[in-house]
Design a protein around this ligand. Structure first.
Ligand code: PLP
Length: 368
């Protein structure tokens, strides 16, 4: 049995007619830039996340960048974040000349450890950017309390977490800004790049709308410097269709995760731990394993794809050498990078396939 890490064709098969109709609708209208399709998608996401505003942008990376710009993050400022994330989290901070300040993660949820944040706050700290890694939210109550105490902003990197919630509140709704990505591998995925910012602040929403269109307001007059961060109408039309399926897809991922959890209980593979106040959308199902690289090789030999997210923590990347971090500075994240392995979890998998992946993985340890 051959099992890929993701099967976008299988998803396309479940919504092809609707998606093609939606794309054709945009073609017929010829309204490609910030047309009615974008406005409709924004309204649907705002409702879905129970946030006042949603602003479609060109990618998850640009959602982070434009949020930081809207909050006036500038050279010399510091932004606290996690070293265990996709590059764009820290990249967007550094691109504005600000300094990412990395705080170690919790070994079970893989998310930023709130207890380690406050000791890294200085007079230059302007924001905290938690990441809801693999679809499980970082603990937002302590994070927002610290931010309030120090009068700094919170930007949620919710690129992997649309539909996740904590105590019933959706990812993206806790911070000043919540940032989503619709990159093809994400739980809600476009036919190309796309992103979105949610916020409950009228002022931030207005500013982000201006920034995503070069800073122009009114047309051809520029009070601030923005960029082209617009969401494509065709992508918005695709995403509006797929948003209707998202909860069902996420529920299927949770079912697969529960099956993996059951099979991996008391085994050499440690399942991810979801905290009791969290509803995860399992963007990834990521275990920790000894002999990780050998296990991955064994799975590949058995035609099962898996992935290492992430092989190297952000604080040790060459491009951040100037920040002065050394190996051993953030030991939890560093160790995770040697142990994590993400297994196939996409909704269209069957229970038999999940079982096959899990049992094959345990076979590697000779404990099946
Ligand atoms: C995917 C991702 C991004 C970037 O999103 P793009 O749409 O690819 O630009 C940012 N942060 C995290 C945590 C991501 O997973």
């Amino acid at each position: 049995m051959q099992i890929p890490i993701l099967d976008l064709k299988a998803q396309y098969d479940t919504c092809r007619d609707e998606v093609v109709r939606a794309i054709t609708g945009v073609c017929e209208s010829q309204a490609f830039a910030l047309g009615p399709a974008v406005a409709e998608f924004e309204q649907k996401v705002a409702e879905y996340c129970a946030c006042k505003h949603a602003i479609g942008v060109s990618s998850g990376t640009d959602a982070l960048l434009v949020s930081l710009m809207a909050l006036d993050i500038a050279p010399g400022d510091q932004v606290i974040t996690t070293p265990f994330s996709f590059f764009a989290t820290a990249g967007s901070i550094a691109r504005l000349g600000a300094k990412p300040v990395f705080v170690d993660v919790d070994p079970h949820s893989y998310n930023i450890d709130p207890d380690r944040i406050e000791q890294r706050i200085t007079e230059k700290t302007k924001a905290i950017m938690p990441v809801h890694v693999f679809g499980q939210m970082a603990q937002m109550k302590p994070i927002t309390e610290i931010a309030r105490r120090h009068n700094i902003a919170v930007i949620e990197d919710a690129a992997q977490a649309i539909g996740a919630s904590q105590n019933g509140t959706k990812a993206g709704a806790f911070g000043h800004c919540g940032c989503f990505s619709f990159y093809p591998s994400k739980n809600l995925s476009a036919f190309g790049d796309g992103g979105l910012v949610v916020t409950n602040s009228d002022a931030l929403a207005d500013k982000i709308k201006i920034l995503r269109n070069h800073g122009q307001n009114p047309p051809y007059f520029y009070g601030i410097i923005g960029g082209n961060f617009r969401l494509d109408s065709i992508q918005a039309a695709v995403l509006t269709v797929k948003l209707n399926y998202l909860d069902k897809w996420n529920e299927k991922r949770r079912r697969h995760a529960a099956l993996y959890d059951k099979i991996f209980a008391d085994s050499p593979l440690k399942p991810p731990k979801v905290e009791p106040n969290n509803l995860s959308i399992y963007h990834q199902y990521t275990v920790t394993a000894s002999d990780r690289d050998q296990l991955q090789k064994f799975l590949t030999e058995n035609k099962i794809s898996s992935a290492v997210f992430y092989p190297k923590p952000l604080h040790l990347q060459d491009c951040f050498a100037d920040l002065g971090y050394r190996e051993g500075d953030l030991p939890v994240a560093e160790k995770l990078c040697t142990e994590v392995l993400s297994l196939p979890i996409y909704p269209e998998l069957t229970a038999e396939q999940v079982e096959y992946v899990a049992k094959t993985a345990l076979e590697f340890y000779g404990s099946d």
